[in-house]
Design a protein around this ligand. Structure first.
Ligand code: PMP
Length: 321
């Protein structure tokens, strides 16, 4: 496998850019032992108007609320973090890339109590292509996992914490071991929850259905994007509990996520989904999503955050008119 970090020279650490090689942590860092970190996954697109980060402020607000749940104070404001993300993209001379801010408990003391370990903030960027494989747009094969998602009273699924991804790793590795690209976890009651790193959508009789936040899901920003685009297109949308059986009888099923974007699912547990993959509704949503992220369709919801501040100022001026 080629090195995804080849050519990356700078990483942002607690307020300044440092060499990629120097962006290391101590082996006794709290987060390494106890999963005490929160993070984000954000995409920057090379739009016709220049590189722009997709829904940057919403991602940073989710980072802040994840940190709040775990009582981690972040020493930077949303605006400072937004500028830091853009600065890291610019310093590495990237256009389309993935941005990974991470906030974690570093080297202090060990023991479960995290409060005596300092809160560190890093931002890294790298090139990341199709998360679920190069052919993902033609549809991936998924399975229902034997692992359940966390219960609402054990860990908040709405906080994007590093530790919770151990559950995701079990789901992912089981799927890969059985020849699938991804697994779908069920919630504590047996209803459909989400993939190891994606939300799930179904199309049934022309309506778009996705599990509610109460089904132990991360409240995905791509999920919100797809719900918004569907409403724009006049497609009926419902956030409601999804019984497992509906996955097999739905006309279309797809994953959404920053890394996975919109990825159609062609079969679940080897049962083909619908008649064609991608189906009609998935195709319409994909076209709209690609149009906006490429800059070919106007950014009517203000989702693109230009990396260069001069472009940002231009956009602000144009929208204020
Ligand atoms: N669920 C999980 C468990 C995830 O890791 C992700 C990826 N962040 C998502 C859903 C999708 O969220 P988003 O669209 O905000 O990337």
């Amino acid at each position: 496998m080629s090195n995804p970090f080849a050519g990356i020279r700078w990483i942002w650490k607690n307020g300044q850019l440092i060499d990629f090689e120097k962006a290391t942590v101590h082996v006794l860092s709290h987060a390494l032992h106890y999963g005490s970190g929160v993070f984000e996954g954000i995409r920057c697109y090379n739009t016709q108007q220049g590189p722009a980060v997709f829904r940057l402020l919403e991602h940073l607000q989710r980072l802040e609320s994840s940190a709040k749940v775990y009582r981690m104070p972040i020493a930077f404001s949303t605006e400072e973090l937004a500028e830091a993300c853009c600065e890291t993209v610019r310093a590495n001379e990237l256009e389309a890339c993935y941005i990974r801010p991470i906030v974690f408990r570093g080297l202090g003391t060990l023991g479960v109590n995290p409060l005596r370990s300092p809160v560190e903030v890093f931002i890294a960027v790298w090139n990341w292509g199709k998360y679920l494989g190069d052919e993902a747009e033609q549809g991936v094969e998924a399975c229902v996992s034997s692992w359940r998602r966390v219960t609402p009273d054990s860990m908040p699924a709405t906080a994007k914490a590093t530790g919770i991804y151990l559950n995701g790793q079990l789901i992912k590795m089981e799927a890969l071991a059985n020849g699938y690209a991804e697994g779908i976890g069920l919630d504590a009651r047996g209803f459909v929850s989400e993939g190891s790193g994606e939300n799930v959508f179904l199309v049934v009789d022309g309506a778009l259905i996705t599990p509610p936040v109460a089904s132990s899901i991360l409240s995905g920003i791509t999920r919100d994007t797809v719900l918004t685009l569907a409403r724009d297109l006049g497609i009926p949308v419902r956030e409601e509990v999804v019984p497992r059986g509906l996955l097999y009888s739905a006309d279309e099923v797809f994953f959404t996520g920053t890394a996975a974007e919109i990825t159609p699912i062609r079969s679940i547990d080897r049962i083909p989904v619908g008649r064609a993959c991608p189906g009609e509704v998935t195709r319409r949503l994909l076209a709209e999503f690609k149009g906006i992220t490429s800059g070919e369709i106007g950014d009517r919801h203000g989702w693109l955050y230009p990396v260069h501040s001069a472009v940002r100022a231009e956009v602000r001026e144009a929208t204020a008119l």
